[in-house]
Design a protein around this ligand. Structure first.
Ligand code: ATP
Ligand code: MG
Ligand code: MG
Length: 350
C-alpha cells in the first residue's frame, strides 16, 4: 500500500495518521521531537531536525505523497522534499498563509472582506498605520503566531509603544478591531480533480486567545452558511488547493469578514469526527491521496470542547456521560495552555 508522509507529529498529525490507517495507508511522520502524539500511532517516525537534508531526503523517498500539520515549515525543507514527492496542499497555500500580510492581501484581492490592515516594521510605520486605522486595533507578528500569541491590543494611541515592544522587533501587521457578533469557521476541502466539499460552519468561542469550544450548528441563516462556504470555495479554487483548509470568519452586522486561513486540518473541525460519516482527517487524506471527497454532510449536532491543561483531569467524569466522545492526544506532560485532548458532545440529530 501507499505511504502518506506527514510533516509534524502533534495531535493533528496523530489524527491524520489514524485516518490514513483506516483507509489502508501507512503513515510516516517527520518530527524532531521524540515522544510526540503522532509517534504513538504512525508506522514510521523520522526523528530529525528540519535542517537535516539527508533525513528529509530519506523521509521523502519513503513516502508517496507529503502533507503537513502546520504551516511554518521552513522553505529550505520544502525545497528538498518537494523535489522527491508531491507536497499537498502545495506551495502557494503555504506561502500565502505563512505571513499575515500576504494572507490579508491575497484575501482582499479576492474581493473578500478583511479587517483594515497595514504593515508595521517600526515606530514610524506604526504611527502611520495608527493614523489610518486608529483604535481599537491589534498589532500581530506577521509570522509564527498561534493561539493568540504574538499579539498586542491597542485600545488607545498611548498603547502604541508597549505594543511595538511586544513584537520584539519582528515584522508585524496592524489590524483594525472587528466588532463582531461571534466567530465561525468553515472547514472545506478540494480534491485533486478540483472537486469541492464543505462541512457546515461551526461557531467558535476563544478563551485567553485559545479555541475553547466549537458548536454545530452555528447561529447563521441558510444564506449566510452558503455565503461562508462560497467564500471558502473561492479561496481554495484560487490557490489550486488540494486538501482540507480551515477558514476563520467574523460574523458582523455588515456581513462576513475573513480573519485568517489555515492550510491544514483545523482544531475547529474536530467536531466532524463524531458529527459526520467522513471527518476532516479522512477528508484530508482522501484529498491528498487523490480519492473522491466525502460530501461534508453532518448527521449530528456537536459541541466540541478542548481539554486544555489540567482540564484533562475531568476526563473520568466526562466519560461517564455516553453523549461525550473523548479524544486524547497521548501527551504525558500537562502544561497550562497545552491542548491535551477534546470532547465531542453529541447534542442531537442534525
Ligand atoms: P489561531 O490559534 O486560530 O491560529 P492566531 O494566534 O493565529 O489564532 P487570530 O486568529 O488572528 O490569532 O486571533 C485570535 C483571536 O483574536 C481571534 O479568533 C479573535 O477572537 C481575535 N481577533 C483577532 N484579530 C481580530 C480583529 N482584527 N478584530 C477582532 N478580534 C480579533
Ligand atoms: Mg492562526
Ligand atoms: Mg485564529
Amino acid at each position: 500500500g501507499a505511504t502518506i508522509g506527514i510533516l509534524g507529529g502533534g495531535q493533528l498529525g496523530r489524527m491524520l495518521s489514524v485516518a490514513a490507517a483506516r483507509l489502508g495507508f501507512k503513515s510516516a511522520i517527520f518530527e524532531p521531537g521524540g515522544d510526540c502524539p503522532a509517534s504513538h500511532v504512525a508506522n514510521y517516525h523520522h526523528q530529525a531536525e528540519y535542517d537535516d537534508e539527508d533525513a528529509l531526503k530519506r523521509f521523502a523517498e519513503s513516502v508517496d505523497v507529503i502533507t503537513y500539520e502546520f504551516e511554518n515549515i521552513p522553505t529550505s525543507a520544502l525545497d528538498i522534499v518537494e523535489a522527491i514527492a508531491p507536497v499537498r496542499p502545495g506551495r502557494r497555500a503555504l506561502k500565502v498563509s505563512q505571513d499575515r500580510l500576504t494572507e490579508k492581501a491575497f484575501l482582499a484581492d479576492l474581493g473578500l472582506a478583511v479587517a483594515p490592515f497595514a504593515a508595521v516594521d517600526d515606530a514610524v510605520d506604526l504611527a502611520e498605520a495608527m493614523a489610518e486605522i486608529g483604535t481599537p486595533s491589534i498589532l500581530k507578528t506577521r509570522r509564527f503566531g498561534y493561539d493568540g500569541k504574538g499579539q498586542a491590543r491597542l485600545s488607545s494611541p498611548d498603547d502604541a509603544e508597549n505594543a511595538l515592544a511586544d513584537m520584539n522587533g519582528a515584522p508585524a501587521i496592524l489590524e483594525g478591531f472587528v466588532d463582531f457578533d461571534f466567530e465561525v469557521s468553515v472547514i472545506a476541502a478540494r480534491g485533486l480533480s478540483g472537486d469541492f466539499a464543505s462541512f457546515p460552519p461551526g461557531e467558535n468561542i476563544h478563551t485567553d486567545g485559545i479555541l475553547d469550544t466549537t458548536t454545530i450548528p452555528a447561529r447563521l441563516s441558510t444564506q449566510a452558511v452558503a455565503e461562508a462556504q462560497g467564500m471558502a470555495a473561492r479561496i481554495l479554487q484560487k490557490l489550486d488547493y488540494v486538501g482540507v483548509m480551515g477558514v476563520e470568519l467574523f460574523v458582523t452586522p455588515m456581513g462576513l469578514v475573513v480573519n485568517e486561513i489555515a492550510p491544514r486540518v483545523h482544531n475547529s473541525g474536530h467536531w466532524t469526527q463524531n458529527g459526520c460519516a467522513i471527518d476532516q482527517f479522512e477528508q484530508h487524506i482522501r484529498a491528498v491521496a487523490g480519492w473522491p471527497l466525502g460530501d461534508g454532510t453532518h448527521y449530528a449536532n456537536v459541541v466540541m470542547t478542548n481539554l486544555i491543561g489540567d482540564a484533562v483531569e475531568r476526563v473520568p467524569y466526562l466519560a461517564q456521560d455516553s453523549a461525550n466522545a473523548i479524544h486524547l492526544y497521548g501527551k504525558s506532560e500537562v502544561k497550562p495552555g497545552r491542548k491535551m485532548g477534546h470532547v465531542n458532545r453529541i447534542t442531537g440529530p442534525a
